[in-house]
Design a binder for this molecule. Structure first.
Ligand SMILES: [Cu+2]
Length: 173
C-alpha cells in the first residue's frame, strides 16, 4: 500500500471518529442504548409501555425515594407540573416524543437531554422545599421559548400519598 492511500485512509478514519465525538447525544448515546436494548418507540409512547399518561409523574417507591417519569415534546413537558418531596432521592426517567430537548431547573446546574428513541436517566435530590421553573435549553423549534413547566418541592412530611391518577398533578396537597 502506498503512502497516499494510507494517508487518505487515515484521514477518513479520523473524520469518522470526529463526527460521533461531536454528536455525542445525537449519535453515540442513541446507538449505545439501541445496542443495549433500551430502545423505545417515540411514536407509540402514549399508547403503551412505561410512558403512557397514567404512569407519568411522581411514583413513590417502597424505600422512600421517588421515580419521576416525563415526556418532552414540542413544546411542553408532560406532566406540566411535578411534585416531589425534599431530601429524598429522585430517579428521573425522561424521553422525547420528537426532537432533542434539554430539561433544566432554574437556579440549579442540573441538565438532562431528552432524546427520541431512548430513555435518559438521572439521579437528583432537592435538599430544600421550593418551586423551580423547568425550562428547555435545547433549541427544538419555533415554540422553544415557551417550553417550560414547573417542579414543586415540598417538605417530606407534607408530601401527600399520591394515588395513580394524581402523579402528574401539583394541585394535590
Ligand atoms: Cu426546546
Amino acid at each position: 500500500m502506498n503512502w497516499r492511500k494510507l494517508r487518505t485512509l487515515a484521514l477518513w478514519a479520523l473524520v469518522l471518529c470526529v463526527i460521533p465525538a461531536t454528536r455525542y447525544y445525537q449519535i453515540d448515546v442513541p446507538l449505545l442504548r439501541f445496542l443495549k436494548g433500551s430502545h423505545i418507540d417515540p411514536l407509540s409512547l402514549h399508547l403503551s409501555g412505561e410512558f403512557v399518561e397514567s404512569n407519568l409523574g411522581t411514583e413513590q417507591n417502597s424505600d422512600g425515594s421517588v421515580t419521576v417519569r416525563m415526556i418532552a415534546q414540542q413544546y411542553l413537558f408532560i406532566p406540566h407540573c411535578i411534585l416531589v418531596p425534599a431530601g429524598v432521592p429522585v430517579h428521573l426517567r425522561i424521553t422525547s416524543a420528537d426532537a432533542v430537548h434539554s430539561l433544566t431547573f432554574n437556579g440549579t446546574d442540573f441538565a438532562v437531554k431528552a432524546l427520541p428513541g431512548t430513555i435518559s436517566e438521572a439521579q437528583l435530590r432537592f435538599p430544600r422545599a421550593g418551586d423551580y421553573k423547568t425550562v428547555c435549553r435545547e433549541f427544538c423549534g419555533a415554540g422553544h421559548y415557551a417550553m417550560r413547566s414547573e417542579l414543586n418541592v415540598v417538605p417530606r412530611g407534607q408530601f401527600p400519598a399520591l394515588r395513580g391518577e394524581e402523579r402528574g398533578n401539583c394541585a394535590v396537597q
